[in-house]
Design a protein around this ligand. Structure first.
Ligand code: SAH
Length: 242
């Protein structure tokens, strides 16, 4: 599939992902068309595959970025507040900002996306990448997008509650602090080690694997979790050297 969905330009890549059904939502497609992956992926930016960005991190494949946005889309509205944990290259943070900054919101609040990474060099890289476009510079200057260095397993309390939380690295468990920082209603997209729910233990599943969980906090505060598909992400860890 990867070869088929790649492109020689950003728009060719996104159009191919759309044509093959890997991106279905028109708002997500438009938001991804608005961010040139070449600003974020140093090699093969228009290939539908993950690419190394240094410090043991990778920029995820574009179809994964598309899936993440589509699972969260009902919570990515003009004015929404979003936390992007493991922001790495900053690509998805920019796409998320396109989704929440589109127009002024119904209740007059301004959207904001906060990217969190625990490697300061990657936080600097994300800022540098975003400054490559006029729109990215204006998001940073207005504070609509902010990158912070922190342990994402603790979320970013200062900006909570969030309408949507995206986690871009595999967690050992559904960290309760992250669920606490969700607004009611709100939704989190998080890859979690398969061992978390006990089912993979002692089973034949190779390496246990990781699964995306979609966690909904409903208006009444109740929590609903759904395990949706298997993935392969770098782990959410302690900062190297700590
Ligand atoms: N969404 C990013 C994914 C980057 S890879 C992109 O597509 O570019 C995962 C990222 O998670 C890495 O940048 C890594 O530094 C970060 N990470 C790992 N453990 C973390 C932790 N405990 N807190 C914050 N970030 C973490």
């Amino acid at each position: 599939m990867a070869w088929y969905c790649s492109g020689s330009t950003n728009s060719e890549l996104i159009e191919n992902l759309s044509r093959t059904g890997l991106i279905k939502d028109e708002r997500v497609k438009k938001a991804m068309l608005g961010v040139d992956r070449a600003h974020y992926a140093p090699s093969r930016p228009y290939s539908d595959s993950p690419q190394p960005i240094g410090h043991g991190a990778t920029i995820s494949a574009p179809h994964m970025h598309g899936h993440a946005c589509e699972y969260l889309i009902d919570f990515l509205l003009p004015g929404s507040r979003v936390l992007d944990i493991g922001s790495g290259s900053g690509y998805l943070t920019h796409v998320l900002a396109n989704l929440v900054m589109g127009a002024s919101s119904a209740n007059g609040t301004t959207g904001q996306v906060i990217g969190v990474d625990h490697i300061p060099e990657l936080v600097d890289l994300a800022c540098d990448n975003m400054r490559k476009s006029k729109q990215g510079r204006s998001f940073l200057e207005s504070g609509s997008v902010k990158f912070v260095t922190a342990d994402g397993r603790l979320g970013w309390k200062e900006g909570a509650p969030y309408d949507a939380i995206h986690v871009g690295a595999a967690a050992e468990k559904l960290h309760p602090t992250l669920v606490e920082q969700l607004r009611a209603p709100g939704r989190m997209f998080i890859p979690v080690d398969a061992e978390y729910d006990g089912r993979a233990e002692g089973s034949l599943e190779l390496g246990g694997g990781q699964y995306i969980w979609v966690v909904d906090k409903r208006e009444d505060g109740s929590i609903h979790k759904e395990k949706v598909f298997q993935v392969s992400y770098v782990p959410l860890t302690d900062r190297p050297g700590t």
